[in-house]
Design a protein around this ligand. Structure first.
Ligand code: ACO
Length: 326
């Protein structure tokens, strides 16, 4: 199968401030050992209140453009996956467009929670085939700290802030995106959500009661995550006609090390071929895969010719995957 587009380069950015499990022990009734044992998370980066997600996203995107040797004016489409844009509108993608000076692009956001990056990759790859876009920035950026209830130990230990980006260009022979897949099931939207939209506009009552924060049924989300990510990876492998053992590296969404290990085991992929950085970043939602991908590329974990699997799951419920030959 000949790919149509490929990842030319990537970038990532996180806020400098680190919040450790020891720091969280001072805020809620939790412990480093509980968090590490149940999630694998040891620390996360948290933005200063009032800082702009578009700055992090711009930083990640600019790194990707610089590495690819592409000027911002040559970008013709910007897709940003996020649920925590600087403001309700205009889109994060438009704000990043302005900051980059990508004045010849169309720009829009998509809302697929933790699946935002791979949904964006799927759409970008499709639009490059059908609508003639040549250089597409796919950005995923989240500042979930802005919607965390710091009194809820069930959720506040899990998340971190960050941004990742890739720039796509035309495929090079057999190197590029071999398959993309996305799916959702809105019947389970109540398992993970953040109120405070048009149905329940932000009021003093909603904010003061800590209602306008992340609500999650952790155990159910965990169960669905394993089932859905298994489905997603299976579908992407089938579409790409690649066997699991042919994957050089698997980069799963970095939500929880137990979910990551469960996926690796289901596909009999050796632990050393499964990328993990959730210990250092926590769950950065849509940004987790491009952050991990950029780390893997810049540290030599991915070499030319390697076949890499990406798979994710998030609120919606949504799930998505891709197989890429680098
Ligand atoms: N510290 C100490 N104790 C805690 C903490 C904490 N931070 N959080 C919960 N507990 C307690 C609970 O109150 C409960 O106590 P109880 O038995 O006295 O009632 C006990 O620990 C067990 O709670 P569970 O929720 O059953 O714990 P579980 O083993 O399921 O682990 C967790 C919870 C880590 C959230 C797990 O369910 C999980 O990882 N789920 C997936 C959720 C996820 O990753 N969401 C991210 C968003 S979706 C995505 O990105 C894909």
């Amino acid at each position: 199968m000949n790919p149509f587009s490929r990842i030319l380069a990537s970038g990532h950015a996180v806020p400098p401030r680190i919040l450790t499990n020891a720091d969280l022990e001072k805020i809620v009734d939790t412990s480093d050992s509980w968090i590490v044992e149940r999630t694998g998370i040891r620390q996360r980066h948290i933005a200063e209140p009032g800082s702009a997600l578009s700055d992090l996203a711009m930083d990640a995107a600019q790194q990707a453009l610089d590495k690819a040797g592409i000027s911002a004016e040559d970008v013709d489409l910007i897709i940003a996956g996020t649920v925590t844009a600087d403001m309700k509108f205009p889109s994060l993608a438009c704000l990043v467009q302005e900051k980059l000076g990508a004045n010849n692009a169309a720009a829009f956001d998509l809302s697929a929670a933790c699946s935002g990056f791979l949904y964006g990759l799927h759409i970008a790859n499709s639009l490059m085939q059908t609508a003639g876009y040549k250089h597409v920035l796919v950005i995923a950026a989240e500042m979930l700290s802005s919607m965390i209830n710091w009194q809820d130990r069930n959720t506040c230990v899990l998340f971190g802030d960050g941004a990742g980006a890739v720039v796509l260009g035309p495929a090079d022979d057999n190197r590029g995106i071999l398959s993309t897949y996305m799916k959702s099931d809105g019947r389970h939207h109540g398992l993970l959500y953040n109120p405070g939209g048009s149905q329940r506009p932000l009021t003093h009552e909603l904010i003061d009661s800590n209602e306008a924060t992340i609500h999650m049924e952790g155990r159910e989300v965990f169960r669905h995550a394993v089932v859905s990510m298994t489905d997603a990876l299976h579908e992407a492998l089938k579409l790409a006609q690649i066997a699991p053992e042919a994957l050089t590296l698997l980069i799963p969404h970095q939500a929880n090390v137990r979910i990551i290990e469960a996926i690796g085991k289901r596909f009999k992929i050796a632990p050393e071929k499964v990328y993990v950085n959730v210990d250092r970043f926590g769950n950065t939602s849509a940004a987790s895969i491009p952050i991990a991908l950029d780390e893997a590329l810049s540290t030599g974990h991915i070499q030319p010719g390697d076949v890499v699997g990406l798979v994710t799951f998030g609120a919606g419920l949504t799930w998505s995957s891709s197989i890429i030959r680098f």
